[in-house]
Write a protein that binds this ligand. Structure first.
Ligand code: GDP
Ligand code: MG
Length: 386
């Protein structure tokens, strides 16, 4: 009918009424700037709600977010994450029956070898050539993906992209707000950096995670004062195997995983392109070196600040994807991507989504359900809006 023709496929409600699946896409959950105030921070609650509503009640959620300077390949990486999840997830949110989570496909190809073109827009986080700066804000992929955890449960995976930080146009305050909110809502924060971990990357991380910690503790205090409310049964709230709600551990760091993802790393000693284990050992020793005890007190403080904010800190490295990829006219032909980049990407995806290490979003050790996560994100977003 004509009404079907005119429906905006990004309008979830309209599509629902007409029984049409809206096209999966990145939804903007935070935008920056309005007509009257170019620095305003706006949280789009309805977008977040419509995504979290696709997670079955009571299920745990992993939120994987990428932050870092613009044009460092964040959205490109996240688009590869989507391809990995499509190939390897147990099922998608719109499927009821389990899909074969079969890595070894009939054609004998690896998951990434089945991707001929990495789309720039459709079905991807918008990644682009050229110098244009994208709008500032945070995006979440509209579809959760479901992966098994070691304990036999399944968790929902949500991917979050950020845009506009450290680009000389966004104020430090806004960068801190985006960094802070994405750190608060994620169970796995990836800090994308170019070529190496510089002292100012560490300083920024220390500053912004401290800012996030202050927000976290302020909210925690406010919740503790409203004791009655927090003791109420929350629908879909998290109940452990013994039947009691899990207790938060006040000694736990406020945030979970932070990982430096170094792009265009040029210094691997390992020469065999397939020896990813050898390269991973080099990644670890590089991180150890960067974090090693420093005599100068400011350098030392920076490191202590970071390690006290996160439960886990790690590092991974990718090499340059090849010169075809950075050309303005590159449109995603995957055969032009350097093979070592692909080998590292394959290992990286396997690590990020490994059933043994997948950790749902927790608050001081207590796992949140999708419903709780929604409430949690909303209260922080409101803080940053003020
Ligand atoms: P974002 O602004 O961080 O999200 O960056 P994009 O993902 O939009 O990528 C910006 C440009 O960098 C595009 O032209 C990509 O093809 C290119 N690119 C993607 N990954 C890498 C990488 O690892 N290294 C380099 N040098 N360029 C990359
Ligand atoms: Mg981007």
């Amino acid at each position: 009918s004509s009404s079907k023709m005119t429906v905006d496929t990004n309008d979830v409600d309209a599509a629902d009424d007409l029984d049409i699946e809206p096209t999966p896409s990145a939804r903007q959950i935070v935008s920056v700037g309005t007509e009257s105030d170019s620095y305003a921070f706006t949280f789009h609650e309805e977008e977040l709600n419509s995504i979290l509503a696709k997670v079955p009640a009571g299920w745990k959620v992993c939120v994987i977010s990428v932050v870092g300077a613009f044009r460092t390949g964040k959205s490109f990486l996240l688009s590869w994450f989507l391809r990995y999840l499509e190939e390897n997830c147990v099922r998608k949110s719109d499927e009821n029956s389990a899909n074969a989570a079969d890595d070894t496909n009939q054609d004998g190809k690896k998951w990434y070898e089945r991707v001929q073109t990495l789309n720039q827009h459709e079905g991807s986080f918008d990644w682009r050539g050229g110098k244009e700066r994208n709008t500032t804000g945070m995006w979440m992929w509209s579809e959760p993906y479901f992966l098994p955890r070691e304990n036999g449960e399944e968790v929902a995976i949500l991917l979050v992209d950020t845009q506009g930080m450290f680009d000389h146009e966004t104020t430090v305050g806004l960068t801190a707000a985006i960094f802070g909110l994405s750190t608060l809502l994620s169970s796995y924060q990836i800090y994308n950096v170019d070529k190496r971990i510089q002292e100012d990357n560490l300083q920024q991380l220390a500053l912004f995670s401290e800012y996030g910690r202050m927000a976290f503790e302020a909210e925690e205090k406010a919740a503790a004062m409203g004791v009655v409310e927090s003791n109420e049964e929350v629908e879909g709230s998290n109940v452990n195997k013994e039947g009691g709600a899990e207790k938060a551990d006040p000694k736990k760091a406020p945030f979970q995983k932070i990982q430096f993802l170094i792009r265009d790393w040029q210094n691997f000693d390992t020469e065999d392109e397939t020896d990813i284990d050898g390269m991973e050992a080099e990644m670890q020793s590089y991180l150890d070196h960067v974090l090693a005890e420093r005599a100068a007190s400011d350098l030392k403080e920076t490191r202590e600040q970071i390690t006290s904010c996160f439960e886990e800190l790690s590092c991974f490295m990718m090499t340059h994807p090849g010169f075809a990829v950075i050309k303005n006219k590159y449109t995603g032909d995957t055969s032009q991507i350097d093979s070592l980049f692909m080998n590292l990407l394959d290992r990286y995806c396997q690590k990020v989504f490994d059933s043994k290490s997948l950790q749902p979003k927790t608050v001081r050790g207590r796992e949140l359900s999708a419903v709780e996560l929604c409430t949690y994100i909303k209260s922080y977003a409101q803080m940053f809006e003020e």
